[in-house]
Ligand binder design. Structure first.
Ligand code: IPE
Ligand code: IPE
Ligand code: MG
Ligand code: MG
Length: 302
């Protein structure tokens, strides 16, 4: 009986995730369907038809947890916006001056398909557009809802910028294993990857009307998830590459900042389990009952 109940519940969760994913795809297609120019083609190439949509799903799941179906509707443009920012960060991350990667999401990286110049500009456009989408998003009437909207836009500006993701990318490109500690690597990951993931969860919760104590719990959930996400990615990468890919350049280490390579795969795998537990624990402590937020955390344990 118990096993069956769990199974039914998880089928419901999977169906909800599939539905949310469809909503996000449709919204992204709508946003990027404006023009047929080469710039829009490059943007669509980088955003559509690939990607797990982990961040937008987090936004919608958190919105639903606090504000139900109405909040999901309100949060949809914000969920799309975080994917635009994420896709921009990946285009720029793959450029020859950064990680110099030829492939992304199972196909040629944007700069390999459209040239470095167009890829750079497509990335710039996606970032700018994310703010246009959020600024133009409709929220329910009333000062409280307007204030929530302004708050999440401001938080994106901070978390995507020098105090967040970009700061993390700077720590990443200046990383040197000789001077690093597991703690400094966590600081890097918390910004490089954790900032957008934390925003994604917080934005949904804020738009859904979470109280301050619950928002604190969501923040701890997001930070643990962000770290877990990068540890997972590093474990996958460390399994694939025998040697660091990065070309040596003056002032930059040839070693990539990879947690699994730095502390060892077994320790990293243990840490991953603890981080996912930390995220789930934050939900429990905040008394946040959301099978979706739990499922998104579990998905990293694979
Ligand atoms: C990859 O992110 C880059 C990191 C921040 C680790 P994702 O693993 O979310 O990439 P997509 O969106 O599914 O392609
Ligand atoms: C990408 O990190 C993080 C951002 C784009 C902000 P990585 O360089 O570690 O991710 P992959 O391995 O290229 O996806
Ligand atoms: Mg990188
Ligand atoms: Mg990279």
């Amino acid at each position: 009986m118990i096993a069956m109940a769990t199974k039914i519940k998880s089928a419901e969760v999977e169906a909800k995730i599939a539905k949310f994913r469809e909503m996000v795809e449709a919204e992204l297609g709508r946003i990027l369907g404006r023009e047929e120019t080469i710039l829009y083609q490059a943007m669509r190439y980088a955003v559509l038809g690939g990607g797990k949509r982990f961040r937008p799903l987090l936004t919608l799941a958190a919105a639903e947890a606090f504000g139900g179906a109405a909040a999901v509707k309100t949060a949809l443009p914000f969920a799309a916006a975080v994917e635009l920012v994420h896709a921009y960060s990946l285009i720029h991350d793959d450029l020859p001056c950064m990680d110099d990667d030829d492939t992304r999401r199972g196909k040629l990286a944007c700069h390999r398909a459209f040239g470095e110049d167009m890829a750079l500009l497509a990335g710039d456009s996606l970032l700018t557009m994310a703010f246009e989408v959020m600024a133009g998003a409709e929220v329910p009437p009333g000062g409280t809802n307007r204030a929530r909207k302004i708050r999440v836009i401001g938080e994106m500006a901070r978390l995507a910028g020098p105090d967040g993701m970009i700061g993390g990318q700077v720590l990443d490109i200046t990383f040197s294993p000789e001077n690093a500690t597991p703690e400094s690597l966590f600081q890097l990951m918390l910004r490089k990857t954790g900032a957008l993931i934390t925003w994604a969860a917080r934005a949904g919760a804020i738009l859904g009307g979470a109280r301050p104590s619950a928002l604190k719990a969501v923040t701890i959930y997001g930070e643990n998830l962000g770290l877990a996400f990068q540890v997972r990615d590093d474990l996958d990468d460390a399994g694939k590459k025998a040697v660091p890919r990065r070309k040596p350049r003056p002032g930059r280490s040839a070693s990539e900042a990879n947690y699994a390579a730095f502390i060892g795969r077994d320790k990293a795998a243990e840490r991953l389990v603890r981080l996912v537990d930390g995220a789930l624990d934050a939900l429990d402590k905040g008394r946040i009952k959301s099978p979706l937020l739990r499922r998104l955390a579990f998905s990293l344990n694979r």
